[in-house]
Write a protein that binds this ligand. Structure first.
Ligand code: PEP
Ligand code: MG
Length: 589
């Protein structure tokens, strides 16, 4: 093979789906179709239109078949709803009508005209500042490529059949590639672009396949057949691993495996410290299929259901019924444990449409979270109805994101009361006494927590945003990521203020940002008085292990010392020393 290297190459990206894959690389490149270009006679126009319509029909059929395959095989709602978006693209007048018009005007073959129109359309989407719309370009590209292939009579080359142990490396993977890939044989996938919110990341997590995104130009620098290790924990792709790396990974694998086995035994044991202090451990979900895994690790509820995922990748709003089905499924699945349903947190880096979340220069400081809901009251009310109704079937709680002060909570609560009055009037069963919580993730809310505490039943700290807004560190900018310090003195002071405000008002306080799932920070959070931690499935057993091996008393001592520390690194050093003593395996694997 040309360009074969003997030395190891390491590519660093972002680990978006945990696990380690070992196998051989398959570079997945999408070949540019050679598009024929010729003139047609006026009589041939109707023939070309018919060809185009047939290609659209065939494409829809293929997508429906794919959807059926998914629902019978993989059972991934995420894949299925993305394919719904794909079907809708095949019906999009913005793509279809100009083709017909230009066919009639220019009298060229339909592939040529279609390719011209879609390329411009995709280019426009790619240039938009809005991340959601840019990601939409991937969907349009994926579907239009399929339509073109059908026009040209080519079969769609997918990843449906690959050799066992394949690590797919690509610039990006289109949703129809990931949803149709050979799950038996694909060991992992790695892409040059992407973020935590990109389709690839969502799909990887829902399929439980190790994945790394944001590898820059890796797909240009590797070759088919090269042996590789893909580490979805650390976000690395190691190509042609040396004997030494293989040995280290082998050891790490054995260690991880025995740690996982040891931690699996904790599943039904309480998250209780050695001196008898009970902590509530729950999970974060984006999609319903995340629930199975959470139950498997013994989560005592859902501490954060990011409902905005139901609103992404579509033009319309999910109806009350559609939302109800989602929420009630979660509530039933977790019964009797609580499910905290967060009202949509659109804006920031998650967008729906220009009407709801218009492009902005500073979206993280703009129209986001509760601000959007308070401005689109009907949309908000539809969601509230669905949540309140789902609450009648189990233990649902309601939570507002991006609260910046008590006035927003009062306003939102008033809308909840109006919705309750409507439901009562209509005789629809709902949760009359639903608990309502505020996310504390904006510094102004953290500083006025004692005012907000009088209006809600619980707090949940959104540490991802609280750190971003307090320290002026954009949470999606990898260049400043090292400045985001959850143990910074400023964050600890805000946290202390929130805990005191909550407990003085007899309400509980949780943390649902990433830090809640980092075992290193568990003693700090518990020592500071946090009552609940909510995190992704993979980390829950580790956090439980820390809780079960420490004393509340020592965590409180550590927290008191942390509040005197000048540097976050000093707090981290104290935490490492504690974890090193109670379970060193947690630091090394
Ligand atoms: C957070 O900000 O910490 C949080 C949990 O919410 P999200 O990550 O969805 O903004
Ligand atoms: Mg947040």
């Amino acid at each position: 093979m040309s360009g074969k290297t003997t030395s190891e190459q390491v590519f660093q990206g972002i680990g978006v789906s945990p696990g380690v894959a070992r196998g051989q690389i398959l570079v997945y490149r999408i070949a540019e179709e050679a598009i024929p270009h010729y003139d047609i006679t006026p009589e041939q126009v109707s023939q070309e239109i018919a060809r185009f319509e047939q290609a659209l029909i065939t494409t829809r059929q293929q997508l429906h078949e794919l959807q059926q395959k998914i629902s019978s095989g993989i059972g991934s709602d995420a894949s299925s709803s993305i394919l719904d978006v794909h079907v809708s693209i095949t019906e999009d007048p913005a793509l279809i009508e100009p083709v017909i018009t230009r066919l009639e005007q220019e009298k060229k073959n339909v592939e040529f005209i279609f390719n011209e129109i879609t390329r411009k359309y995709i280019h426009t989407l790619q240039e938009l500042p809005d991340e959601f719309l840019r990601e939409r370009a991937v969907d349009v590209q994926d579907v239009t490529r399929r339509i073109l292939q059908n026009l040209l009579g080519h079969t769609h080359r997918g990843l449906t059949s690959v050799p066992p142990g394949t690590i797919v490396v690509a610039y990006d993977l289109a949703p129809s590639d990931t949803s149709s890939l050979d799950r038996e044989h694909v060991a992992g996938f790695a892409t040059d672009v992407g973020s935590h919110t990109s389709h690839t990341a969502i799909m990887a997590r829902s399929m439980n396949i190790p994945a790394v995104v944001g590898l820059h130009d890796a797909s240009q620098r590797v070759h088919d057949g090269q042996p590789a290790i893909l580490d979805g924990y650390s976000g690395t792709l190691i190509v042609e691993p040396s004997e030494q790396t293989l040995y280290i990974y082998g050891q790490l694998q054995v260690k991880r495996h025995s740690l996982e086995e040891r931690l699996a035994a904790l599943r039904d044991l309480p998250a209780e410290t050695l001196d008898g202090h009970r902590v509530h451990l729950s999970g974060n979900i984006e999609l319903l299929q995340d629930i199975e895994g959470l139950k498997h690790v013994g989560a005592e509820g859902i501490g954060l259901f990011r409902t905005e995922y139901l609103f992404l990748n579509r033009r319309d709003f999910p109806s009350e019924e559609e939302q109800y089905e989602q929420y009630v499924s979660a509530v039933r699945a977790m019964k009797p444990h609580p499910v905290i349903i967060r009202t949509i947190d659109l804006g920031g880096d998650k967008f729906h449409s220009d009407e709801v979340t218009p492009p902005e220069i500073n979206p993280f400081l703009g129209f986001r979270g509760i601000r959007v809901c308070l401005a689109h009251v009907e949309m908000f009310k539809t969601q509230l109805r669905a949540i309140l109704r789902a609450g009648a079937e189990g233990n649902a709680k309601l939570m507002y994101p991006m609260i910046s002060g008590v006035a927003e909570v009062v306003q939102a609560n008033r809308i909840v009361e109006e919705v309750m009055a409507d439901l009562r009037r209509d005789g629809v069963p709902f949760a009359e006494n639903i608990d309502i919580g505020a996310m504390i993730e904006v510094p102004s809310a953290a500083l006025t927590a004692e005012m907000i505490a009088t209006e809600v039943d619980f707090f949940s700290i959104g540490s991802n945003d609280l750190v971003q807004y307090t320290m002026a560190v954009d949470r999606v900018n990898e260049r400043v990521a090292n400045l985001a310090e959850p143990a910074h003195p400023a964050i600890l002071r805000l946290l202390r203020n929130c805990v005191e405000a909550a407990h003085n008002n007899n309400i509980w306080i949780g943390v649902c940002g990433e830090v809640a799932g980092q075992p290193l920070y568990t003693p700090l959070l518990i020592g500071m008085g946090v009552d609940e931690l909510s995190m992704g499935t993979a980390n829950l057993p580790r956090v439980k292990e820390v809780i079960r091996r420490m004393k509340l008393e020592e965590a409180q001592e550590l927290a008191a010392a942390a509040l005197h520390a000048i540097h976050a690194r000093d707090v981290v050093a104290m935490l490492k020393a504690l974890i090193q003593r109670i379970d060193p395996d947690l630091l090394s694997s």
